[in-house]
Design a protein around this ligand. Structure first.
Ligand SMILES: [Zn+2]
Ligand SMILES: [Zn+2]
Length: 223
């Protein structure tokens, strides 16, 4: 495979502003998470919680069940992503471990949430029966379960596993669903204000930089 240098350079040039806004969204969701964990007297870093993650999924990816050894690159996963689309929180019932590959794949799905308002549920519903034949997430699961019946059964089992895991944390799960609309509206404001601030402030500061090329400043040509 060859590297598309032009596309990579284009992407890196266009991304800078939204990266800042997305970071603020994540910081906001973490702040809300801290507060609700304090109110609920349980946090994700509590040893009781990590024990229950291991009890539910073992040392495996919560989606497919790949063993989380170094080659599968374990990552902390938010069942509902902590972004402005999924509005997930860093609270018990929304945090477990997955492999990097599923985490990457789910990120695409998280931007559209085509099959459920819950990120994890949408991701685990691509069983080849609900999307267009060209759906890339359905194709991702087909790689693991080439047989379509097996794909449907396995994904249904994975969804069940998540629901069972979340059961003891219903208070957090229900609360998160209840405030999702409110949080989403606040996040949209935060995201828009941040983009606007970045554009105007950066633009203003940039005009204060002397952009004139003069012959005196130019590197001398070598003889
Ligand atoms: Zn995985
Ligand atoms: Zn699909």
């Amino acid at each position: 495979m060859t590297v598309d240098v032009a596309a990579a350079l284009r992407k890196s040039t266009g991304r800078a502003k939204s990266d800042v806004a997305n970071k603020l969204v994540s910081m906001f969701l973490h702040e809300v998470s801290r507060k609700v964990c304090a109110a609920g007297e349980l946090s994700v870093s509590d040893p009781r919680y990590s024990k229950s993650v291991v009890a539910a999924f073992g040392q495996c990816c919560l989606y497919y069940g790949t063993e989380l050894i170094d080659s599968a690159v374990p990552v902390v996963e938010h069942l509902n992503g902590m972004n402005r689309f999924s509005v997930g929180l860093h609270v018990p019932g929304n945090v477990a471990m997955s492999c990097k590959s599923c985490n990457n794949k789910k990120r695409d799905d998280d931007q559209k949430l085509p099959l459920s308002e819950n990120g994890w549920e949408s991701f685990l519903s691509h069983d080849g029966t609900r999307c267009s034949p060209t759906c890339r997430t359905c194709a991702y699961w087909r790689r693991f379960w080439p047989d379509s019946d097996l794909q449907q059964l396995s994904l249904a089992a994975a969804r069940e596993r998540v629901l069972r895991f979340q059961d003891p944390y219903q208070q957090f799960v229900n609360w998160s669903a209840m405030v999702r609309g409110t949080l989403r509206a606040k996040i949209e404001t935060l995201y828009r204000d941040c983009q606007r601030f970045a554009t105007s402030e950066i633009g203003k500061l940039a005009t204060e930089v002397d952009l004139e090329f003069s012959n005196a400043n130019r590197p001398k040509e070598k003889n």
